[in-house]
Design a protein. Structure first.
Length: 346
């Protein structure tokens, strides 16, 4: 962990939400709302705004970089990135070019969080075989790392054409900050350390304390390499409202709709109030409530894991745009100062 104050950011998957009369919004309106959410996040002084990549009906964003470029034109300070980019089904060269371009138009504020993705729709959509799940990610991660040097690249693998002295443009002015999103396997943590990326833990179930061994493994691996320590962050779902009861009531129905739809495909039982209450507690991964409640839980997680960043996934299923805007406002103006004050007292 660095000695600088923890960065507080936000993530969204561009969940398709419901309007004032209960109707599902169009994908187009949802995307425009995501840009507006990024603008508010910048106005309240948050450090990062991440947009996930998906290719299914519940989520409107399949091209995060375009949405982020729109946000870049309307923001000034906030860093803009993905949450995550599905590297396995993308081309590393085109991906680097797109993010180098985003970095240019945003004035050096672009970041990329690479991942294999917990959804697999992009594989058949782009003609990839799920049997190559591991090799696709490993080869593309290796090539992306070489591209980050911004020098001519010679590379050969079996999942894309070879490169010989290939130079890629545009060049960034100060490099591209890159993370790998990890769900929680030791192998993924060690891979991230060896490739020299920041570690972004997706904690969407269970207590944060069980991820401490992964943080220790990450730092231990870097130390054994004789390499500099790299940042560690967490991504977890949540919602902020003026009171605990309001936040919980607003979040539960929206989260249940989302989890039940996806759970029906994956064999999960229906999401219940009992499970929701557990997830809100210290052994759960949902950060929802009043600003004070959310700040206490965020600060506890930052202490436990020694974090450099905490990203709240503020979009949850069909939760309305107006409620998300209020959540962003409270997260930036109330939660963030409280977290920094709590950690400064340690």
């Amino acid at each position: 962990m660095t000695t600088t104050p923890v960065e507080l950011g936000l993530d969204t998957f561009g969940d398709v939400t419901r309007g004032a009369t209960g109707e599902l919004l169009s994908d187009a309106e949802t995307i425009r709302n995501v840009v507006e959410q990024a603008v508010v996040a910048d106005e309240v002084g948050l450090a990062f705004f991440g947009v996930g990549e998906h290719h299914r009906r519940e989520f409107a964003v399949s091209s995060p970089e375009i949405v982020l470029a729109a946000a870049a034109s309307r923001t000034r300070n906030i860093h803009l990135g993905t949450a995550v980019t599905v590297l396995s089904s993308d081309d590393p060269v085109r991906l680097y070019e797109r993010f180098a371009t985003l970095d240019a138009v945003s004035g050096g504020r672009a970041e990329v969080i690479l991942g294999r993705g917990s959804f697999t729709e992009s594989f058949p959509l782009f003609g990839f075989d799920l049997a190559d799940y591991e090799v696709l990610f490993e080869e593309r991660l290796d090539l992306f790392g070489m591209l980050r040097s911004e020098q001519p690249v010679t590379w050969q693998g079996r999942t894309r054409p070879a490169l010989s002295g290939a130079d890629v443009f545009p060049k960034t002015e100060n490099g591209l900050r890159t993370w790998i999103g990890v769900g929680g396997s030791p192998e993924s943590v060690v891979r991230t350390a060896h490739h020299g990326y920041g570690l972004l833990l997706a904690i969407i179930g269970g207590a944060a304390t069980r991820f401490r061994p992964y943080v220790d493994l990450f730092h231990r691996t870097r130390a054994a390499m004789g390499a500099e320590l790299l940042p560690v962050g967490v991504h977890s779902p949540g919602h902020v409202a003026d009171s605990d009861e309001q936040a919980w009531e607003e979040l539960y129905s929206a989260m249940k709709a989302n989890r039940d739809a996806i759970g029906a495909e994956r064999g999960w039982p229906p999401y219940s109030r009992l499970q929701f209450q557990h997830d809100l507690g210290p052994e759960g991964s949902v950060y929802a409530g009043s600003p004070e409640t959310v700040a206490k839980k965020v600060a506890a997680t930052v202490r436990t894991l020694g974090l450099d960043r905490f990203d709240l996934k503020f979009s949850n299923g069909t939760l309305a745009h107006e409620k998300m805007l209020r959540s962003i406002e409270l997260y930036g103006t109330r939660v963030a100062p409280l977290v920094h004050d709590m950690l400064a007292d340690d």
